[in-house]
Design a protein around this ligand. Structure first.
Ligand code: PMP
Length: 316
């Protein structure tokens, strides 16, 4: 991974190689941290980088931190300001990805949450599409169940919980497909290893409800709001495994995958076997919105550069 050169660590922007944690750190031993993944999109015409729904991600980070008793003293506005400065200082002129982490930085082997020192750090990496979102993904329903809210809180995004996600996505790759769908402990559709899932049937969008052990995705919310504005009905409800196979269309959505059509699940063709019409329409809208190619949902985009980035080096 080649990251941006500048990171935020122990209260300041520093060269990335100085942002190091000792092996005795609590979070390194026990996964007691929480994090976010946030995209920023480069708009070449405007020579501007737009952070997407930055405030909403930072609010979820603060919620995660509270749930995990990670007491730290940064306000959401301050987190957003640091994020924008970090992106600007790295000088990105391409799509990028931000990774803020709040973690138990105490040096102790005590298994606990209360009263342990907490730290905050953030780095950024250049990132284009990380799955091919044009061709349609093949999925498998994982043998690994999604961790339930009564085991590890679903409304938080704890670093340690991603052992569960890694088990499922690794299994999918071992089976020769792109991604895994995870079921809840009682066997209903929850989500993919790090993305939410939508089913399209008879022109209606259906997605598992928040109580079914999903991470309530910000992209999921964006999809629902874009769909509503386009007049597409949306329902959040319990989804059965066989509904996936009987769907007209299935897609994944998340900061990383963006909107990714699914055309095969466990060897069964979904719909026509090609990315579906509703999915492609939503994907096109979404990609235009995030990059600032339309005025729609302007409130979701925060410009990184005060005056745009100026002309490229060597240009008039
Ligand atoms: N579920 C899980 C488990 C995830 O890790 C992610 C990625 N953050 C998502 C869903 C999608 O969430 P978002 O749209 O907020 O990125």
């Amino acid at each position: 991974m080649s990251a941006g050169d500048i990171a935020f660590f122990e209260g300041e922007l520093v060269p990335l190689e100085q942002a190091r944690v000792p092996i005795t750190t609590h979070a390194f031993n026990y996964g007691t941290g929480c994090f976010e993944g946030i995209r920023a999109y480069w708009n070449p015409e405007q020579r501007q980088l737009f952070a997407f729904r930055l405030g909403d991600h930072m609010r979820r980070l603060a919620d995660s931190a509270r749930i995990l008793k990670l007491d730290f003293d940064m306000e959401i506005e301050q987190l957003c300001a640091v994020a924008l400065e970090l992106l600007a200082r790295n000088g990105f002129e391409e799509d990028a990805y931000l990774r803020p982490i709040v973690y138990k930085s105490e040096h102790t082997i005590k298994v606990a949450l209360t009263g342990l020192a907490t730290s905050f750090c953030m780095y950024a990496i250049p990132m284009g599409a990380y799955l091919d979102i044009d061709r349609g993904l093949s999925l498998t329903v994982s043998a690994w169940r999604r961790i339930g809210d009564n085991a590890v809180p679903s409304r938080a995004k704890p670093t340690g919980a991603y052992v569960n996600a890694a088990m499922a996505s690794d299994e999918a790759r071992q089976r020769g497909v792109d991604e895994a769908i995870m079921l809840t402990g009682d066997g209903h559709v929850a989500e993919a290893s790090s993305a939410n899932v939508f089913v399209v049937r008879d022109g209606e969008l259906v997605t598992p409800e928040a109580a079914d052990d999903i991470l309530v995705g910000i992209t999921r919310d964006s999809v629902m709001r874009i769909a509503q504005r386009q007049g597409i009905p949306v329902r959040e409800r319990r989804v059965d495994r066989s509904e996936l196979f009987a769907a007209d269309e299935v897609f994944l959505c998340g900061t990383g995958v963006q909107i990714a059509p699914v055309t095969n699940i466990d060897g069964r063709r979904i719909g026509s076997g090609k990315p579906g019409r509703v999915t492609v329409e939503l994907q096109e809208r979404y990609l235009a919105i995030v990059r600032g190619m339309t005025e729609d949902f302007a409130e979701w985009r925060l410009p990184v550069y005060a005056e745009g980035r100026g002309a490229p080096d060597g240009a008039a």
